[in-house]
Design a protein around this ligand. Sequence first.
Ligand SMILES: [Cu+2]
Length: 132
Amino acid sequence: MNALVVILGIAAIGAVNWWFFLADRTSARASTVAGIQEVVITVLGGYDPAEVRISAGRPARLLFDRQETSSCSEEIVIPALNLRRFLPAHQRTAVELPPMAVGRYPMSCGMGMLHGELVVEATTEVGDAHHT
Ligand SMILES: [Cu+2]
């Protein structure tokens, strides 16, 4: 009986780790709209794309399209920018970002359960909108 509980517990931990760390993340690069890098991020049980790639040194706008009422996703937090923003349900919320330095900047929900990452790259291309 105890062994079964332990095995189930380990399986559950494994599933959680897989979900958070190993599941394929979607990735998308910002397209440039009127000089501002822009990415629409769908918020529905997670962030899609979970990896947002923007160019360094230029302003960007993240458009969070929250398609749920789950309280988990009602806030977006980007600790490196000291940014915490409320995302109303079933609305698009624009989060303006200052020009940033090359690096990887984690973002999460207010509870640190949903994870995404802002990848700021040293690129100079403008107006390009390819997705991977
Ligand atoms: Cu949460």
